[in-house]
Structures are given as C-alpha cells and as structure tokens.
Design a protein around this ligand. Structure first.
Ligand code: ATP
Ligand code: MG
Length: 394
C-alpha cells in the first residue's frame, strides 16, 4: 500500500522543502494509509523551528501558534488544519506523564524515537518515500503493537502509553508484543500519575473500538487499575461482562454501562472520571432500567415510558447484557408500538392537567390521577379517550 498525500498537505511540505527544510507526514496518517484505512488528519514533522515555519508560511497561509512551546504550529490549508511540529527529543519525565523539557533536534530519527509504538513512528516524504527506523511496517504486517525501545522505560516516561497500547490493539485487532504486554502489567501502578480526564478519554476511545472483549479479559488487571471500584467483580463475571461488550455496537456509553452493570455506585465512578453530565445521564438511564420486563407490547410501552435515553441504545444494551433476548424481535416490537402510536407518556394521554382541573380536581390529585390513568392506559386496562379516562377517574 502506498501513501497518497492530498495536494493541500503536499503543498505545505513542498514549500518547506523549497526553503531547505525537511518535512514528513508522520504518525497516525502514515499508519492508517499503509493499512488502507481512511486518514482523518495529517500531522507533519519538520526540522524547521516554529519561527522558521511562520516565516515560510506567512502571510500566504493562516498559521496558528497552537503549541509553540512544544514546537507545534497549525497551518490552515484547504479543508485541512495541518499540525506541523519541529523534530523533538523529549527530556526526562519525572511525573511519568509529561517531558520535563523539550529539545528541538535536526534528526528525524530522534523525533521518531520519542514516539510510542513502532506503527506510530513511520514517516512519509513529499515524494512518497517511507522512513521506518523501528520496523513499523513489519509490525503492521504482523498486527503487532510494540513499544519503541525498552518498554519499561517508555512506560516509565509516560504511563498513558499503557492505555494507548490497549486502545490501538483493540482498534485494529492487533496483538500486543509479549515484552510490551508484560511491561503494561508490570507498570500498571504508574497509571496513578495520569489525570482522570486522560484516563476517561482513553477508556472512551478503547470502548469505541471494534474489538474490545478479548482485551478486556486479557488486560483485566489494567482495567481494574483505572476502575478499582470493580475489584469485587469476580473473574468469571468480568469475563461475562467483557463478552457482553462484544455483543453491542461500538458505543462507549452502552459498553460502559455493561462494565458497570454490577457496580454499586456507577454514577460516582463516572464522576470521578470526569464524565459529562449528559454521559452520566445516559449510562444511568440504561442501568436504572436494566431489569424491566421487555418481552410483551405492554412491557415495551412501560420501558419506553421509563427510559430517558435513546431507545435503540437501550435495546442494544439489554440484548448485550442478556443473550437470550432477541434484538430483531425487540426492535420489531418497538416499531409496532411506535408506528401504532401507543400511549407511552403523559403527552400521549387523551387528558391533561387542565381537563382534570375543569373536572374539579386540584393540587396533588391532578398529578397522581394523570399518572394512574397513564399506567392503566399503557396496561390496556383503560381506553385512551377523554370520556373513558374521566369516567374512570371520577
Ligand atoms: P489517532 O488516529 O487516534 O489520532 P494517532 O497516531 O494520530 O492516532 P495521536 O494521539 O493523535 O495518535 O498522536 C499522534 C502521534 O504522536 C502518534 O502517532 C505518536 O507518534 C505520537 N504520540 C502521541 N501520543 C504519544 C505518547 N503519549 N507518547 C509517545 N508518542 C505519542
Ligand atoms: Mg491523531
């Protein structure tokens, strides 16, 4: 597979080259292109210093100083905002997360060596020449995630790489090379140095990947490191939960709800990991209703009434959690209820608060009566007409 760099990006690379600088596409774009996958953004790397890049591109292009300290500028070219970073060698990492210092270098090899995995450290020049110092192409061919250099050292530097390794493996269905894999376990406690926000975004990225079940099982100890609240879940149960994550869509909210299925306080776990209120609400809506009967039309109406998140997500969740439920049957039942316009909420009810007020009810009685009538209508005990409901209530 050859890498084809789009013209808008190529133009920037050529411009740097014309001014005597080196410039390569690097990282994810090269990896994805060589795998024949769509490329969503292009990161460039160059021996030009940020100041030199500004000189080359301004005023023809808009150049945003997005990360000058780390050597990064963003150049707007056509539909692509392209990040260009000066070749870098990262200094010590005393907090197991961020380099203490960043030194610019003129060596592309050094810039590649600071990167995490062999498959993420390949470069492509403007004339499609691939630079691959660490065997990235071979590892791509063999489906292998491998740290560059000594894995223990690389994870000591930045513990986030522990989660990145598992996320990339799950995205591509790759194996984690044995020495790298052993180091992930050995260094798992270093995850304590990683911020909750970063852990959350890696976890979400992982749960959005196509292949998660096997990695959840194989790397259980690492997941427990970031979700210690689940330590009481037995190994057998964990394996079931992991398997259930393979039965639904690659939806991180549904999968998180599956993982937190037995958790005592799922909400507080999500809060600790800095999930947004909306994300917490979705997972909570799934878990709060995890045991509602769902097999008959009346059950289905009640579920639709109770569940406040997207209903297809809810069906996906229920079917993943319980393999005896048939997704096609539930989806068909849901369609029947929707298409027939069955009453499933107060707004579908043939009477409202004002009707009851006019009929002489007041205060709390209005709310309870509406609620009772809705339940009766959903259960087919009462016809959904104004006349029948008022007669039933009064
Ligand atoms: P994605 O498709 O998920 O964006 P990506 O490879 O582009 O994949 P990014 O997180 O965007 O990943 O990072 C871009 C590149 O920067 C990586 O390919 C890798 O070379 C390098 N990189 C990113 N994070 C790290 C890290 N924590 N340690 C070392 N290198 C890293
Ligand atoms: Mg990227």
């Amino acid at each position: 597979m050859k890498m084809v760099i789009p013209d808008e990006v190529l133009r920037l690379m050529n411009k740097l080259n014309e001014h005597g600088y080196e410039c390569y596409a690097v990282g994810g774009s090269v990896r994805d292109a060589l795998m024949g996958r769509p490329v969503h953004d292009y990161d460039l790397t160059s021996d030009a210093l940020p100041k030199e890049m500004m000189k080359v591109f301004r005023p023809e292009y808009t150049v945003l100083p997005t990360g000058i300290k780390h050597g990064t500028v963003t150049v707007l070219s056509g539909k692509w905002p392209v990040e260009i970073t000066t070749y870098r060698a990262d200094g010590g990492y005393s907090d197991h997360r961020h380099p203490d210092s960043v030194t610019f270098t003129r060596s592309i090899r050094e810039d590649c060596a600071r990167r995490d995995f062999t498959i993420n450290a390949m470069c492509c020049s403007a004339d499609s020449e691939i630079l691959d110092f660490f065997g990235g192409q071979e590892d791509l061919k063999n489906g292998m995630i491998r740290c560059i250099g000594v894995p223990q050292h690389r994870l000591d530097e930045d513990a986030l790489r522990i989660l990145r390794a598992i996320r990339f493996a799950a995205r591509f269905g790759f194996t984690i090379e044995p020495a790298t894999s052993a180091a992930l376990f050995e260094k798992k406690e270093l995850l304590a140095w990683v911020s909750e926000e970063r852990i959350q975004s890696e976890l979400t990225g992982f749960l959005s990947a196509p292949h998660v079940s096997a990695y959840l099982t194989d790397y259980r100890e690492i997941f427990l490191q970031i979700l210690p609240e689940l330590s009481t879940v037995s190994t057998e149960r964990w394996a079931e939960l992991a398997e259930s994550c393979g039965r639904c869509k690659a939806d991180p909210a549904v999968r998180l709800a599956l993982l937190l299925y037995d958790a005592e306080k799922p909400e507080s776990i999500m809060r600790r990991l800095k999930y947004s209120t909306a994300e917490i609400r979705t997972v909570q809506a799934l878990l709060d209703n995890k045991e509602l009967p769902i097999s008959t039309r009346i059950d289905m109406r009640r579920c639709m009434n109770r569940v406040s998140c997207d209903f297809e997500q809810y069906i996906d969740f229920r079917c993943a959690a319980d393999p005896s439920l048939r997704k096609d049957a539930l989806t068909a039942l849901y369609r029947t209820v929707t298409e027939a316009g069955d009453c499933v909420s107060l707004k579908d009810l043939a009477v409202n608060g004002s009707d009851l007020k006019a009929a002489g009810l007041s205060g709390k009685a209005i709310g309870t009566s509406l609620h009772d009538a809705l339940e009766a209508v959903m259960e087919d005990r009462l016809e959904n007409t104004k006349e029948a409901i008022l007669k039933w209530l009064l």
